[in-house]
Design a protein around this ligand. Structure first.
Ligand code: ZN
Length: 289
């Protein structure tokens, strides 16, 4: 089943919700970056959170979330677009720390630090940037804290990645529920209480399979309308053309030196781990453009 995302608005207009199933894209990120289990979970949670939050940005913006901490993982960077694409990486992909309470210890691997959220206009222009301290490093609660304090929107966020004993991602996904301006505080309190008792996000994905069903479960008793549903996927923006442009930006002297040494230029995209090899012939052609 393809990874999907759904948005809902309750009929009373009190709560807006987004849920995503991200199992395949989280496993693709694991394969691309060769992450170990704790890093797999941390990166998967960040990618899922970026997709959820990207539904709140304008159509011509992309959302970037950088988690940095003093733990062995050091951090991860995830970016997403409102169209449902995401890309990202963990700073130390081979991080695996002991389980805590039988669960992958993402908070322990990340440590104390900050979350930086950026909304970047695709066509250039001023970037909105906000930095908040991490609450637990478990990602969901950190993103909820960011939304509640920085954007003044009462929010509940859950993201989870279930990693199998073979290291593969078995189930991943998450949800974001937000109180709309002027919503009845009692209604929001009931939703918060229900979210508190809800199963872990990866269990919701395992049992309910589709995002609309996850939202229906979390908002039980609150009828709503699905606003839209779409596929979500891991997709990078890198390309051979961009790599060539980056090489050109090194300057003529550097490129001539590479050619003189008789070796190709090699570049690895940090977001998706694709390796680009630019041969001497191509380097020569770049110089003559
Ligand atoms: Zn890339």
């Amino acid at each position: 089943m393809a990874d999907r995302l759904a948005r809902i608005l309750t009929d009373d207009g009190a709560v807006r919700g987004v849920a995503a199933v991200t199992t395949d894209l989280c496993d693709e990120a694991r394969v691309r970056h060769g992450t170990f289990p704790t890093a797999t979970a941390a990166l998967g949670r960040a990618l899922t959170a970026s997709l959820l939050l990207a539904t709140t940005v304008k159509r011509d913006e992309r959302l970037s979330m950088e988690f940095t901490g003093d733990g062995p993982l050091r951090g991860m960077l995830a970016e997403a677009t409102p169209e449902g694409t995401t890309r990202g990486f963990a700073y130390r992909p081979k991080t695996d720390v002991p389980l805590r309470g039988g669960k992958l210890d993402v908070g322990g691997a990340l440590g104390s630090g900050v979350l930086c959220v950026m909304r970047v206009p695709l066509a250039g222009g001023s970037i909105y940037r906000s930095v908040v301290p991490l609450v637990s490093g478990e990602i969901g609660i950190d993103v909820a804290s960011y939304l509640t304090t920085s954007e003044q929107t009462p929010s509940a966020v859950g993201v989870g990645v279930l990693v199998g004993s073979d290291g593969e991602v078995r189930a991943a996904g998450g949800y974001l529920l937000q109180g709309m301006p002027g919503a009845d505080p009692d209604v929001l309190a009931r939703v918060a209480a229900r979210v508190e008792r809800a199963p872990a996000p990866s269990d919701l994905v395992r049992t309910l399979l589709v995002p609309a069903a996850i939202l229906a479960e979390l908002l039980a008793g609150m009828p709503g309308r699905v606003l839209d549903e779409r596929d979500v996927r891991f997709q990078c923006r890198c390309s051979r053309r961009r790599v060539q442009a980056a090489i050109l930006a090194m300057g003529r002297g550097e490129i001539e030196a590479l050619i003189a040494e008789g070796r190709p230029a090699e570049a690895v995209c940090e977001f998706c781990s694709t390796t680009y090899v630019v041969t001497e012939g191509e380097l020569g052609a770049l110089l003559s453009t």
